[in-house]
Design a protein around this ligand. Structure first.
Ligand code: DGL
Length: 258
Protein backbone atom coordinates (compact mmCIF):
# COMPACT_ATOMS: atom_id res chain seq x y z
CA UNK A 1 0.00 0.00 0.00
CA UNK A 2 1.04 3.59 -0.57
CA UNK A 3 1.45 6.70 1.55
CA UNK A 4 -0.69 9.67 0.59
CA UNK A 5 0.71 13.18 0.73
CA UNK A 6 -1.49 16.21 0.37
CA UNK A 7 -0.97 19.96 0.05
CA UNK A 8 -2.70 22.89 -1.60
CA UNK A 9 0.19 22.86 -4.07
CA UNK A 10 3.86 21.96 -4.22
CA UNK A 11 4.66 22.96 -0.61
CA UNK A 12 4.14 19.43 0.69
CA UNK A 13 7.16 18.35 -1.33
CA UNK A 14 9.28 19.97 1.40
CA UNK A 15 7.83 17.35 3.77
CA UNK A 16 7.89 14.48 1.27
CA UNK A 17 11.61 15.23 0.87
CA UNK A 18 12.21 14.26 4.51
CA UNK A 19 9.86 11.24 4.29
CA UNK A 20 11.84 9.91 1.33
CA UNK A 21 15.04 10.12 3.32
CA UNK A 22 13.54 8.24 6.28
CA UNK A 23 11.35 5.85 4.28
CA UNK A 24 13.00 5.46 0.87
CA UNK A 25 11.29 2.18 0.02
CA UNK A 26 7.73 3.38 0.35
CA UNK A 27 5.54 4.23 -2.61
CA UNK A 28 3.93 7.63 -2.47
CA UNK A 29 0.92 9.39 -3.95
CA UNK A 30 1.42 13.17 -3.90
CA UNK A 31 -1.71 15.26 -4.42
CA UNK A 32 -1.36 18.99 -5.09
CA UNK A 33 -4.65 20.89 -5.12
CA UNK A 34 -3.17 23.35 -7.60
CA UNK A 35 -6.58 24.37 -8.94
CA UNK A 36 -7.43 25.86 -5.55
CA UNK A 37 -4.09 27.15 -4.26
CA UNK A 38 -3.60 29.39 -2.22
CA UNK A 39 -5.61 28.03 0.69
CA UNK A 40 -4.18 30.68 2.99
CA UNK A 41 -6.15 33.43 1.27
CA UNK A 42 -9.47 31.54 1.24
CA UNK A 43 -12.25 31.12 3.77
CA UNK A 44 -12.16 28.29 6.26
CA UNK A 45 -15.29 26.76 4.72
CA UNK A 46 -13.87 26.77 1.20
CA UNK A 47 -10.66 25.16 2.40
CA UNK A 48 -12.65 22.49 4.25
CA UNK A 49 -14.60 21.69 1.12
CA UNK A 50 -11.47 21.43 -1.06
CA UNK A 51 -9.62 19.28 1.45
CA UNK A 52 -12.52 16.87 1.87
CA UNK A 53 -12.79 16.47 -1.92
CA UNK A 54 -9.08 15.87 -2.27
CA UNK A 55 -8.81 13.43 0.63
CA UNK A 56 -11.80 11.45 -0.65
CA UNK A 57 -9.92 11.02 -3.94
CA UNK A 58 -6.64 10.09 -2.22
CA UNK A 59 -8.42 7.63 0.06
CA UNK A 60 -9.28 5.59 -3.05
CA UNK A 61 -5.62 5.21 -4.10
CA UNK A 62 -4.82 2.22 -1.86
CA UNK A 63 -3.17 4.23 0.92
CA UNK A 64 -2.18 3.07 4.40
CA UNK A 65 -1.56 6.56 5.83
CA UNK A 66 -2.05 10.16 4.83
CA UNK A 67 0.21 13.12 5.53
CA UNK A 68 -1.57 16.45 5.40
CA UNK A 69 1.59 18.30 4.39
CA UNK A 70 -0.13 21.67 4.69
CA UNK A 71 -0.23 23.72 7.90
CA UNK A 72 -3.33 25.57 6.74
CA UNK A 73 -5.34 22.43 5.96
CA UNK A 74 -4.19 20.78 9.20
CA UNK A 75 -5.30 23.72 11.29
CA UNK A 76 -8.70 23.90 9.62
CA UNK A 77 -9.75 20.31 9.09
CA UNK A 78 -7.41 17.60 10.49
CA UNK A 79 -9.71 16.67 13.34
CA UNK A 80 -12.75 16.16 11.11
CA UNK A 81 -10.70 14.08 8.68
CA UNK A 82 -9.55 11.83 11.51
CA UNK A 83 -13.18 11.35 12.53
CA UNK A 84 -14.10 10.30 9.00
CA UNK A 85 -11.23 8.04 7.88
CA UNK A 86 -9.75 5.00 9.57
CA UNK A 87 -6.19 5.23 8.17
CA UNK A 88 -3.69 7.28 10.21
CA UNK A 89 -3.67 10.99 9.35
CA UNK A 90 -0.49 12.87 10.17
CA UNK A 91 -0.75 16.65 10.12
CA UNK A 92 1.80 19.44 10.23
CA UNK A 93 1.61 22.47 12.48
CA UNK A 94 3.88 25.47 12.93
CA UNK A 95 6.66 24.30 15.27
CA UNK A 96 5.78 26.99 17.81
CA UNK A 97 6.14 24.99 20.99
CA UNK A 98 9.88 24.18 20.83
CA UNK A 99 10.54 27.74 19.63
CA UNK A 100 8.75 29.33 22.59
CA UNK A 101 10.41 27.05 25.12
CA UNK A 102 13.85 27.86 23.75
CA UNK A 103 13.32 31.59 23.34
CA UNK A 104 11.78 32.03 26.78
CA UNK A 105 15.10 30.78 28.13
CA UNK A 106 17.22 32.88 25.79
CA UNK A 107 15.14 36.02 26.25
CA UNK A 108 14.66 36.59 22.53
CA UNK A 109 11.53 36.54 20.37
CA UNK A 110 9.85 34.11 17.96
CA UNK A 111 8.64 35.08 14.50
CA UNK A 112 6.12 32.68 12.95
CA UNK A 113 5.86 32.88 9.18
CA UNK A 114 2.67 31.21 7.93
CA UNK A 115 -0.43 31.81 5.84
CA UNK A 116 -3.11 34.32 6.77
CA UNK A 117 -5.59 31.54 7.47
CA UNK A 118 -3.21 29.58 9.73
CA UNK A 119 -2.44 32.72 11.74
CA UNK A 120 -6.16 33.52 12.07
CA UNK A 121 -7.18 30.00 13.09
CA UNK A 122 -8.14 28.99 16.64
CA UNK A 123 -5.70 26.10 16.63
CA UNK A 124 -2.70 28.40 16.30
CA UNK A 125 -4.04 31.13 18.57
CA UNK A 126 -5.01 28.75 21.35
CA UNK A 127 -1.57 27.17 21.27
CA UNK A 128 0.14 30.56 21.45
CA UNK A 129 -2.17 31.79 24.21
CA UNK A 130 -1.46 28.66 26.24
CA UNK A 131 2.34 28.78 25.89
CA UNK A 132 3.34 32.36 25.26
CA UNK A 133 3.10 33.81 28.79
CA UNK A 134 5.71 36.44 28.06
CA UNK A 135 4.24 37.58 24.71
CA UNK A 136 7.29 36.87 22.65
CA UNK A 137 5.55 35.49 19.55
CA UNK A 138 4.83 37.54 16.42
CA UNK A 139 3.15 36.25 13.28
CA UNK A 140 3.66 37.34 9.70
CA UNK A 141 1.79 36.04 6.65
CA UNK A 142 3.76 35.68 3.42
CA UNK A 143 1.24 34.77 0.71
CA UNK A 144 3.65 36.05 -1.93
CA UNK A 145 6.03 33.16 -1.22
CA UNK A 146 3.27 30.64 -1.94
CA UNK A 147 2.65 32.37 -5.26
CA UNK A 148 6.34 32.36 -6.16
CA UNK A 149 6.74 28.68 -5.30
CA UNK A 150 3.74 27.70 -7.39
CA UNK A 151 5.36 29.45 -10.36
CA UNK A 152 8.67 27.68 -9.60
CA UNK A 153 10.13 31.14 -9.10
CA UNK A 154 13.37 30.76 -7.16
CA UNK A 155 15.27 33.68 -8.62
CA UNK A 156 16.76 35.80 -5.84
CA UNK A 157 16.38 38.97 -7.88
CA UNK A 158 12.63 38.45 -7.83
CA UNK A 159 12.01 36.90 -4.40
CA UNK A 160 14.51 38.72 -2.16
CA UNK A 161 12.99 42.19 -2.72
CA UNK A 162 9.58 40.78 -1.71
CA UNK A 163 10.98 39.22 1.45
CA UNK A 164 12.90 42.37 2.29
CA UNK A 165 9.81 44.51 1.94
CA UNK A 166 7.79 42.18 4.17
CA UNK A 167 10.44 42.11 6.89
CA UNK A 168 11.36 45.77 6.79
CA UNK A 169 9.21 46.86 9.73
CA UNK A 170 10.60 44.11 12.00
CA UNK A 171 13.63 44.60 14.23
CA UNK A 172 15.20 41.33 13.18
CA UNK A 173 17.91 41.19 15.82
CA UNK A 174 15.29 40.76 18.56
CA UNK A 175 14.41 37.28 17.22
CA UNK A 176 16.07 34.02 18.22
CA UNK A 177 13.89 31.68 16.14
CA UNK A 178 11.93 32.02 12.92
CA UNK A 179 9.33 29.28 12.46
CA UNK A 180 8.43 28.32 8.91
CA UNK A 181 4.74 27.56 9.46
CA UNK A 182 3.84 26.96 5.82
CA UNK A 183 5.23 24.07 3.81
CA UNK A 184 5.93 26.28 0.81
CA UNK A 185 8.44 28.37 2.78
CA UNK A 186 11.38 25.95 3.26
CA UNK A 187 12.11 26.37 -0.47
CA UNK A 188 13.25 29.89 0.44
CA UNK A 189 15.38 29.08 3.46
CA UNK A 190 18.54 30.20 1.66
CA UNK A 191 17.06 33.63 0.97
CA UNK A 192 15.69 34.02 4.47
CA UNK A 193 19.13 33.20 5.83
CA UNK A 194 20.53 36.08 3.81
CA UNK A 195 18.12 38.54 5.42
CA UNK A 196 18.11 37.29 9.01
CA UNK A 197 20.93 37.78 11.52
CA UNK A 198 23.24 34.74 11.73
CA UNK A 199 22.12 34.07 15.31
CA UNK A 200 18.54 33.31 14.24
CA UNK A 201 17.52 29.63 14.02
CA UNK A 202 15.12 28.81 11.20
CA UNK A 203 12.97 25.79 11.99
CA UNK A 204 10.07 23.98 10.34
CA UNK A 205 7.89 20.99 11.15
CA UNK A 206 8.81 18.91 8.08
CA UNK A 207 11.36 16.61 9.71
CA UNK A 208 9.18 16.02 12.78
CA UNK A 209 6.21 15.18 10.57
CA UNK A 210 8.23 12.65 8.56
CA UNK A 211 9.49 11.13 11.82
CA UNK A 212 5.91 10.83 13.06
CA UNK A 213 4.94 9.05 9.87
CA UNK A 214 7.80 6.59 10.27
CA UNK A 215 6.96 5.95 13.92
CA UNK A 216 3.32 5.22 13.07
CA UNK A 217 4.20 2.83 10.25
CA UNK A 218 6.69 1.00 12.43
CA UNK A 219 4.25 0.74 15.30
CA UNK A 220 1.62 -0.80 13.05
CA UNK A 221 4.13 -3.01 11.21
CA UNK A 222 3.40 -1.36 7.90
CA UNK A 223 6.85 -0.37 6.67
CA UNK A 224 7.15 -1.29 3.02
CA UNK A 225 9.89 -2.76 0.90
CA UNK A 226 8.86 -1.11 -2.35
CA UNK A 227 10.76 0.86 -4.95
CA UNK A 228 10.23 4.39 -3.66
CA UNK A 229 7.93 5.43 -6.48
CA UNK A 230 6.03 8.75 -6.44
CA UNK A 231 2.80 9.30 -8.40
CA UNK A 232 1.68 12.90 -8.70
CA UNK A 233 -1.85 14.20 -9.01
CA UNK A 234 -2.97 17.76 -9.61
CA UNK A 235 -6.48 18.25 -8.22
CA UNK A 236 -7.55 14.73 -9.17
CA UNK A 237 -5.71 14.36 -12.50
CA UNK A 238 -2.62 12.20 -12.77
CA UNK A 239 0.44 14.17 -13.85
CA UNK A 240 1.98 12.61 -16.97
CA UNK A 241 3.51 15.71 -18.50
CA UNK A 242 7.31 15.31 -18.56
CA UNK A 243 7.95 19.01 -18.08
CA UNK A 244 5.91 19.15 -14.87
CA UNK A 245 7.49 15.94 -13.57
CA UNK A 246 10.93 17.45 -14.25
CA UNK A 247 9.97 20.61 -12.39
CA UNK A 248 8.99 18.48 -9.38
CA UNK A 249 12.25 16.54 -9.57
CA UNK A 250 14.17 19.82 -9.54
CA UNK A 251 12.44 20.80 -6.30
CA UNK A 252 14.07 17.85 -4.54
CA UNK A 253 17.42 18.95 -5.94
CA UNK A 254 16.83 22.46 -4.64
CA UNK A 255 15.92 21.19 -1.17
CA UNK A 256 19.02 19.01 -1.01
CA UNK A 257 21.17 22.11 -1.47
CA UNK A 258 19.55 24.38 1.12
N1 DGL B 1 1.45 24.95 1.99
C1 DGL B 1 0.40 25.42 2.77
C2 DGL B 1 0.68 25.50 4.26
O1 DGL B 1 1.53 24.80 4.74
C3 DGL B 1 -0.57 26.44 2.28
C4 DGL B 1 -0.21 27.44 1.25
C5 DGL B 1 -1.47 28.04 0.65
O2 DGL B 1 -2.14 27.31 -0.09
O3 DGL B 1 -1.78 29.20 0.97
O4 DGL B 1 0.04 26.22 4.98
Amino acid sequence: MKIGFFDSGIGGITVLYHALRLLPKENYVYYADTLHVPYGEKSKNDVKKYVFEAVEFISQQNIKALVIACNTATSVVAKELRDKYSFPIIGIEPAVKPAIIKEQERGTRVLVLATNLTLKEDKFNKLVTRLDNEHIVDGLALPGLVGFAEKFEFNENVVLPYLKSQLTSYKLDQYGTVVLGCTHFPFYKDMLKKLLPKTVDIIDGGIGTAENLKRILEKTNQVNDGIGEIEYYISGTKVKNEQTLNQYAKLFERLSKL
